[in-house]
Design a protein around this ligand. Structure first.
Ligand code: G3H
Ligand code: 13P
Ligand code: ZN
Length: 320
């Protein structure tokens, strides 16, 4: 058993409390390799933002659990070396079993999500409560979820949103003891959130109704990539084939971040940024075969994207 505290990580309790009070949200950026981790830490150190390094179960399989632990510890030391000891959380994204959450806690995660959102309500409550009881013994914080987002998460695919029912949140939070709650209010996973002609809309009315019932309780938004159209155009210009990729407008996320929404999950936008940079090198310099020559520009583009998110969307700059 490795405690996240020995790795220099923090859990999410204090940074969420400050974010809710301060009207901003903490970035939760997914990662599974060194360049992504470097870009996240560089961006958050340069903007002095707390950050959540987020790992899906697929990412954990890809990167290896032991390496991830050392990468997270490395991220803490790297941030210090770059000049700012920002709070860093290592968080399991969309944990689907008690065993996975337990294993992550044993390998140094400071926060886990148990996603029982596809289960019947009572089963979601029971599973979430079990994870909370275990996690809290080690001072690890837990995110639960109510309501189902459309889109793809690992192997699970939901065609349509099931919005979170505000009537359920108080009971769920009380019965489970979770530290934060992911809700479904119109965001969705992946780069194809809406079809052309559809109007992207975060249901701020449902969010406000939820906030009324659990005032000041930390709320999480998944599926919050905006799918920047200039990046999609760049990918397609350099030989890509992304059709009808549409995301959540950043102005709506900025609005949500001013409320009790204190964690915003962004993965797809980072994937798009890296892909655009790599495609550009492959097309413009077809003789290049040193991975640093395309992973380096991908890392730089990712860092610029993350800095933009922190400063212009989440408002977490200067909050470290
Ligand atoms: O919510 C899903 C995240 O974007 C993680 O995606 O399961 O493909 O790693 P992944
Ligand atoms: P996006 O696919 O919109 O980036 O969402 C990521 C996410 O919610 C990770 O849990
Ligand atoms: Zn998610």
């Amino acid at each position: 058993m490795i405690s996240y505290k020995d790795l220099g990580l923090v859990n999410s309790r204090e940074i969420f409390a400050k974010a809710v009070k301060g009207g901003y949200a903490i970035p939760a950026f997914n990662f599974n390799n060194m360049e992504q981790m470097q870009a996240i830490i560089q961006a958050c150190v340069e903007t002095k933002s707390p950050v959540i390094l987020q790992v899906s179960s697929g990412a954990r399989k890809y990167a290896n659990q032991t390496l991830l632990r050392y990468m997270a510890q490395g991220a803490v030391e790297y941030a210090k070396e770059l000049g700012c000891n920002i709070p860093i959380v290592l968080h399991l994204d969309h944990g689907d079993t008690f065993e996975l959450c337990k294993s992550c806690i044993e390998y140094g995660f400071s926060s886990v999500m148990i996603d029982g959102s596809k289960l019947p309500y009572d089963e979601n409550v029971a599973l979430t409560k079990r994870v909370v009881e275990y996690a809290h013994k080690f001072d690890v914080t837990v995110e639960g979820e109510l309501g189902v987002l459309a889109g793809v998460e690992d192997d699970v695919h939901a065609e349509k949103h099931t919005y979170t029912q505000p009537e359920e949140v108080e009971d769920f939070v009380k019965k489970t003891g979770v530290d934060s709650l992911a809700i479904s209010i119109g965001t969705s996973h992946g780069a194809f959130k809406f079809k052309p002609g559809q109007k992207p809309e975060i249901r701020l009315d449902i969010l406000h109704e939820i906030e009324k019932r659990i005032p000041g309780f930390p709320i999480v938004l998944h599926g919050s990539s905006s799918v920047p159209q200039d990046i999609v155009a760049e990918i397609n210009h350099y030989g890509g084939a992304l059709k009808d990729s549409i995301g959540i407008p950043e102005s709506q996320l900025r609005e949500a971040a001013k409320s009790a929404v204190c964690k915003i999950n962004i993965d797809s936008d980072g994937r798009l940024a890296m892909t655009a940079a790599i495609r550009k090198v492959f097309v413009e310099q077809p003789a290049e075969f040193d991975p640093r020559k395309y992973l380096g520009p991908a890392r730089d583009k990712l860092k610029e994207l993350y800095k933009h998110k922190v400063v212009n969307v989440l408002g977490s700059n200067d909050k470290a």
